[in-house]
Design a protein around this ligand. Structure first.
Ligand SMILES: *Cc1c(COP(=O)(O)O)cnc(C)c1O
Length: 560
């Protein structure tokens, strides 16, 4: 065991006495000061001891000022520090046994050396009584420290942005988030994403950067790459794309020249805007031809796609979607691509979490390039990644930097590493399993409410609800549901007769509510609330009543 000790001028004499006492017991002590009776500020000393304890560099701490009060107030602001101000051996014993206190605070003016030694002896003799009730209570202390995490500096310096953060926190906590592309990241991911790594320029790649001082961010990027390789079984990984769109553009720019032809899923049938929308650079630079879904099954028709490939002879075929609820057969796409000697790129932005855990087929064995995002089902920070075969590694890396981007976002890359690590854990597999079974439960419950689900159901985390029979547009539905505390997005359904701004459908997904711990029973409840909202779009009082029910439901499922 190692103890850090610190005192201000009011506690200096007692500290020197207690150091001798600890030395007699052969307990290693790290003294942070002060080293004479010149006045110092007690918070500075308390912070040094508390930081060491909080970071796990020592096992316990002792802080002494005139009364011990200022020191204990300061020390208790540090995560994992439980400082107890003790006036007698009984208090020390109880602080250890019941509170698992790990820092002893003493008052230099209140105690003589004999009394202080008796307190310290009682403290050292006692261990935490790890019975269930004491563990539970100590856990609540720790939990509370987390729940009250509050941007301390922003509160002072930028009250407007502080208010934005507080309001968004309340919205995320109280609303029912059903946008299929959203999720709630863990505190660990948030900590890395909000960290000081944002300060570092690191143009280039680990080991070969344009700037110096990259030894630590190199380590973060290497970890992210290695973990992603393991997660997806990929030969090469680039974790620098700022978003999924730049990952896609990087692959296009690697294998195509302006004017070259590619075949991708029609954005109006479920494809992404980077799959050749005219308003997107992909549709402006390249000659993009589109496939959709079959009119009857509302699913991919591989024979039809093969025919289109033979007809258009694209240089690149893109498979993947933003609003397709069924499993995709990547092996079939490989065959189609081989038939016309095209490259194959799989865009798994939405389904990356399902792919990582085996709940959706993995395209890595079949596609030269796989692009994705870390912030959707994968539940990491907002960002993109590219997986590719080793033979394309250099070209892909060069297209991202210096081709398309400058300095990578090292705080986000560190958060991606955390996300990949979390995704490798058994609990993440269970989570994805629940995401899919929740989506299926929700789809069934919506059908029971007489709502039509595109293609009849879902194999993934999302579904499309056709609102035609309700005579309601997607735009009006999403707007009204937002007033009821339910967030969804309007979405075109296959062969939609309405424009992308109006639409005949909504897209609904389960990743976020599943992260909160909701299961089949809650899916039934949600289906009921959704259906009620959709049937009462113009009834402000009904929408307000739903909002109260939503609040009651979400209050039982706290955010991570
Ligand atoms: C979300 C998504 C992307 C990337 O989105 P960004 O907002 O640029 O990160 C790419 N492809 C598909 C299919 C998507 O759904």
């Amino acid at each position: 065991m190692k103890i850090a000790i610190g005192a201000d001028h009011g506690g200096f004499t007692l500290k020197e006495g207690l150091k001798k006492f600890l030395a007699e017991q052969s307990i290693p002590v790290e003294d942070v000061g002060c080293f004479n009776k010149d006045p110092v500020d007690y918070p500075d000393i308390a912070a040094q001891v508390a930081a060491k304890l909080s970071q796990g560099l020592v096992d316990q701490g002792i802080v002494i000022c005139t009364t011990g009060i200022g020191m204990s107030i300061m020390a208790n602001k540090f995560p994992r520090v439980r400082a107890a101000l003790c006036l007698n051996p009984r208090m020390a014993k109880m602080a250890r046994a019941h509170n698992n206190a790990n820092m002893l605070a003493l008052g230099g003016e209140l105690l003589n050396l004999n009394e202080a030694q008796a307190i310290l002896a009682a403290w050292l003799r006692e261990d935490f009584d790890a019975s269930e009730r004491h563990q539970r209570r100590v856990r609540k202390i720790q939990q509370h420290a987390r729940d009250t995490v509050d941007p301390v500096d922003l509160y002072e310096t930028d009250p407007e942005i502080y208010a934005v953060l507080r309001n968004e926190a309340a919205r995320e906590s109280e609303n029912l988030e059903l946008i299929a592309s959203e999720n709630y990241v863990s505190r660990s991911v948030q900590e890395a994403a909000g960290s000081l790594l944002t300060n570092k320029y690191a143009e280039g790649y680990p080991g070969k950067r344009w700037y110096d001082g990259c030894q630590f961010v190199d380590e973060a990027e290497r970890l992210a790459i290695d973990r992603a390789k393991q997660l997806f079984g990929a030969e090469h990984v680039n974790v620098q794309p700022h978003c999924g769109s730049s990952a896609n553009l990087a692959v296009y720019l690697t294998v195509l020249k302006p004017g070259d032809r590619m075949l991708a899923m029609d954005p109006t049938a479920g494809g992404h805007l980077t799959h050749g929308l005219k308003a997107n650079v992909s549709g402006q630079l390249f000659d993009v031809r589109h496939y959709g879904v079959d009119r009857d099954t509302e699913q991919l028709d591989y024979e039809a796609i093969a025919r289109l490939a033979r007809e258009h002879k694209p240089k690149l075929i893109v498979v993947g979607a933003s609003a397709y609820p069924r499993l995709i057969d990547f092996k079939r796409f490989r065959k189609i691509a081989d038939g016309v000697s095209a490259y194959l790129m799989a865009d798994i932005a939405h389904i990356a979490g399902l792919v990582a855990t085996g709940h959706h087929p993995n395209p890595v064995p079949y596609a030269e390039f796989v692009t994705g995002t870390t912030h959707k089902t994968l539940r990491g920070p907002r960002g993109g990644f590219i997986l590719c075969q080793a033979r394309f590694a250099q070209d892909i890396d060069r297209t991202i930097f210096p081709g398309l981007q400058g300095g990578p976002l090292m705080h986000i890359i560190a958060a991606k590493a955390v996300c990949f690590q979390e995704a490798l854990q058994p609990a993440f597999k269970k989570y994805q399993e629940q995401v899919v079974s929740n989506a299926q439960a929700l789809a069934e419950a919506l059908k029971a409410e007489s709502l039509r689900i595109v293609s009849g159901g879902t194999d993934t985390h999302l579904m499309l609800v056709d609102l035609t029979s309700l005579n309601v547009t997607g735009r009006d539905a999403a707007h009204a549901l937002d007033q009821a505390g339910i967030t969804v997005n309007k979405n075109m359904i296959p062969f939609d007769t309405k424009s992308p701004f109006i639409t005949s459908g909504i897209r609904v997904g389960t990743p976020a509510v599943t992260t909160r711990g909701m299961r089949a029973a809650e899916m039934k409840l949600i289906a009921g609330l959704l259906a009620k909202g959709l049937r009462n779009l113009n009834q402000a009082t009904t929408l307000a009543a739903i909002k109260q029910q939503v609040k009651a439901l979400t209050s039982k499922f706290p955010l991570p």
